[in-house]
Design a binder for this molecule. Structure first.
Ligand SMILES: Cc1cc2nc3c(=O)[nH]c(=O)nc-3n(C[C@H](O)[C@H](O)[C@H](O)COP(=O)(O)OP(=O)(O)OC[C@H]3O[C@@H](n4cnc5c(N)ncnc54)[C@H](O)[C@@H]3O)c2cc1C
Length: 425
């Protein structure tokens, strides 16, 4: 086969759309993919259901990102909008539904259908995919990337040359899926800065006694408010569900604040606390509990606590408030009542031990955004190189935002890489 016009490294969300768009524009495209399949992370996204993108006006979607990230992806998101990826999929038979919170999913609840349809787009435009062909480095010459070194399926080192190379190898979370952060060293070698890689959308490990963690593991809290504190000051908060795990905590609230915690942790201890009654003020809760113990003086305090947490956590709350497990309403002194309210409004989970990077849905950090042209996804450091997806320093929250960013930046990278080789519009 003659050399391609565009090489795409990595067949994830960004690489698929980049390759499709480049080929649609007339470029001969080869994808080098490390694993045996396309869209491995899409397949595990949203717990296998795939939260494809986020509904709503683009400016609202962009507001979910940090300001510098939003500024960077804005042009790409306008070129390839949230409804466009949905139309690509629904026009080929995928039914989707939008949750009240704006998250868009396939009706059939399966990411496999999303990947199957995206693959059909690649086939249609004649993109060649070389599976089990990990790239091992970029080839550069006189300030331009001119190709990629890779291992073929027999582990033989090969070179593939092209005037445009799109780097879409993703981040380094879930390394078992093929994303082991390979792109950052190569980008660094050709002059790019790589912003420190940290966990984002990740669970957190706590310093709590392992025996207690094992006991609590599997317990879920609904609609609580999780807060993180550093040096006593609140640094992040998120409302939603929380799950206790063998190592600490997970769930939407934890993922939601994990990036800030991971960024802060190197500076000193970060502690977590949960407001178990986020819809009530301290005063309202205080009045409610006073009324409850006054009206039912023989009622166990444990049964009042049970209104706020699952039964299996009641003892932990009573212990935290230093209240005897068999205490009844008429024995609850004012000081103990105040302690109980304090715990319900801010139950301390203690210090975070770690935010495991490999367990995150994405990583924060990556190729510095000011070194990439947001209109073209072209490297400002070296010719012939285009960057898209999670390899860049972008990490949106849970909600379909990360796939949207990957699709949109991929679209622009593919289009402009093809244009650069043909100068087509
Ligand atoms: C468990 C989980 C659930 C998620 N759920 C959602 C969700 O529901 N909605 C959402 O918006 N986001 C979700 N995300 C995040 C989303 O999957 C990523 O942000 C997105 O896939 C990033 O796209 P990408 O193309 O940049 O990278 P990836 O999709 O990670 O693709 C990178 C590709 O490059 C390949 N590759 C890596 N190194 C090499 C190499 N050296 N040579 C060749 N190929 C290589 C990899 O095998 C992979 O195929 C989830 C992530 C995880 C881990």
């Amino acid at each position: 086969m003659e050399d391609p016009d565009v090489i795409v490294v990595g067949a994830g969300a960004a690489g698929i759309i980049a390759a499709w768009r480049a080929a649609l524009k007339g470029a001969k495209v080869v994808i080098l993919e490390k694993t045996t399949r396309v869209g491995t992370k899409i397949l595990i996204s949203g717990g296998g259901k795939c939260n494809i993108t986020h509904d709503g006006p683009l400016e609202e979607v962009l507001r979910a990102f940090r300001p510098n990230e939003a500024r960077f992806i804005r042009p790409a998101c306008y070129r390839f909008q949230n409804h466009q990826i949905v139309e690509m999929l629904t026009s080929r038979g995928l039914e989707v539904y939008t949750r009240p919170d704006g998250r868009i999913f396939p009706v059939g609840q399966t990411a496999k259908d999303v990947v199957r349809i995206l693959t059909s787009y690649l086939e249609e435009v004649g993109v060649e995919i070389r599976f089990e062909s990990p790239a091992i480095g970029l080839i550069s010459n006189n300030g331009s990337v001119t190709g990629v070194r890779y291992l073929d399926s027999t582990q033989t080192e090969r070179e593939l040359r092209a005037p445009a190379v799109i780097l879409s190898v993703g981040g380094s979370s879930y390394p078992g899926t093929g994303t082991t952060g390979d792109g950052w060293n190569w980008a660094n070698e050709v002059g790019h800065t790589v912003v420190k890689i940290r966990a984002a959308l990740a669970p957190m490990y706590l310093s709590t006694d392992p025996e207690l963690l094992a006991e609590q593991s599997g317990i879920a809290l609904r609609d609580c408010l999780l807060k993180a504190r550093f040096a006593g000051k609140e640094i992040a908060r998120w409302t939603g569900d929380l799950l206790f795990t063998h190592h600490g905590v997970s769930g939407p609230t934890v993922l939601g604040i994990s990036r800030i915690v991971a960024e802060t942790l190197p500076g000193g201890p970060v502690t977590l606390e949960i407001d178990l009654a986020p819809n009530r003020s301290y005063e309202t809760l205080s009045a409610e509990i006073l009324a409850a113990v006054t009206v039912h003086p023989k009622r166990f305090i444990a049964s009042i606590v049970e209104e706020f947490v699952p039964r299996s956590l009641v003892v932990s709350i009573l212990d935290a408030a230093e209240i005897a497990h068999d205490c009844v309403g008429m024995r609850l002194e004012k000081k103990a009542r105040n302690r109980l309210i304090t715990v319900l409004k801010g139950w301390s989970l203690g210090p975070v031990r770690a935010v495991p990077l490999e367990k995150g849905e994405v990583v924060s950090g990556g190729i510095a955004l000011d070194e990439v042209d947001p209109q073209t996804m072209k490297s400002k450091c070296v010719g012939g190189l285009y960057l898209c997806g999670e390899v860049l320093d972008i990490a949106g929250p849970v909600g379909g935002y990360n796939l949207q960013a990957a699709f949109a930046t991929g679209y622009v990278a593919g289009e402009t890489a093809a244009q650069s080789t043909f100068n087509k519009s």
